[in-house]
Write a protein that binds this ligand. Structure first.
Ligand code: DGY
Length: 327
């Protein structure tokens, strides 16, 4: 568990300042196992003798890892924690923490950036201009889709979904939301959105933006049945988790012109991207960077480090996902 009396914490990947110094005050930091990304067996091996693991969303933290003797805490540097088997962690009395709150506005900004860029074909237009294809104004050149006054469907009305709605109000958008959990009336009014079922949201929206965590219930929530309900002029935005969308069905739907385009930051098998998406100019493909600003990534790093430092010192980390472990 420790050398020279100091507890050891495995830092799977670099994090930003001030994260490393917060960790180093609390523990001996074992930094970056070689040959990453590691599979479960590799992470288990690297974690031997450690009381904590600071993980990231590409690290599979499941039973093999969670049963490491002496392991007390896994601190994920992300708000999402679908890479961690929380039930197994709880069974092994391992605390799991995440980084909620600090990335909401940054992620909502990025969802809106994708929405606007896809609607107005900005990536395609930039390549067109750079490659010398702009040879003069034309009435039918690069026609896109209006944003102002359009209907936005938000799937998942958590903090990020509500943040996207907040931005959409400035564009006079009609906002629908789907969430199995209705918002309290006041929050709904503040969001300026109407709760509808998923079918109606898909059928009426010009833009559909996804903001749900990946769970058994949300896996392939958006599949071919969903695409069949969407407007052929609609655009799908996904900044949540890739497997919420059936990527093969998305490619088929775009090919059949059942929707007009997509703005994606996440993929079903990251970092792989479905090869069918690559040649499609109507799709914007970002490399999972919705939370990637200097301020936000630093705050995520600090928060994850503080969660771990608190756990190492025997306290209750502020962002505990499985509170039943630490009553
Ligand atoms: C998260 O935090 O879950 C994002 O996907 C990465 O910022």
């Amino acid at each position: 568990m420790s050398t020279g009396g100091r507890p050891r914490v495995l830092l799977m990947h670099p994090i930003l300042d001030p994260g490393p110094s917060i960790l180093a005050e609390a523990a001996e930091v074992v930094a970056y196992p070689p040959d990453r990304p590691l599979d479960e067996a590799g992470i288990r091996q690297a974690a031997e003798g450690c009381v904590g693991i600071v993980s990231q969303l590409m690290d599979p933290i499941r039973e093999t890892v969670l049963s490491t003797p002496g392991l007390k805490c896994v601190s994920n540097v992300a708000v999402g924690f679908d890479n961690i088997d929380v039930a197994a962690a709880t069974a092994h009395k391992v605390m799991v923490t995440n980084t909620p709150g600090v990335l909401d506005d940054t992620t909502a900004d990025f969802a809106f950036t994708l929405l606007m860029s896809a609607a107005r074909r900005i990536v395609e237009a930039d390549s067109f201009t750079r490659s010398g294809q702009f040879r003069g104004w034309a009435i039918d050149m690069m026609l896109g889709h209006d944003i102002f006054g359009a209907t936005l469907g938000i799937v998942g009305a958590g903090r990020i979904g509500r943040g996207v709605a907040h931005r959409a109000k400035g564009f006079n958008m009609r906002i629908l939301y789907y969430d199995p959990q209705p918002l309290p009336r006041e929050a709904e009014e503040q969001m300026g959105a109407t709760r509808v079922d998923l079918g109606r949201l898909l059928a009426e929206s010009d833009f559909v933006s996804i903001h749900v965590p990946l769970t058994k219930e949300t896996y392939h929530l958006i599949s071919s049945a969903a695409f069949n309900m969407m407007k052929p002029t609609a655009i799908l935005i996904n900044t949540s988790r890739g497997p919420v969308v059936d990527e093969a069905a998305l490619v088929a739907a775009l090919t059949a012109k059942k929707l007009a385009g997509a703005g994606l930051d996440v993929y079903e098998r990251e970092p792989a991207v479905h090869p069918g998406l690559l040649p499609m100019p109507s799709v914007i493909l970002a490399p999972h960077i919705a939370s990637a600003t200097v301020r936000t990534r630093s705050e995520m790093s600090a928060m994850a480090a503080r969660n771990m430092a608190t756990a190492v010192r025997g306290g209750r980390p502020p962002n505990l996902v499985n509170p039943e472990v630490k009553k």
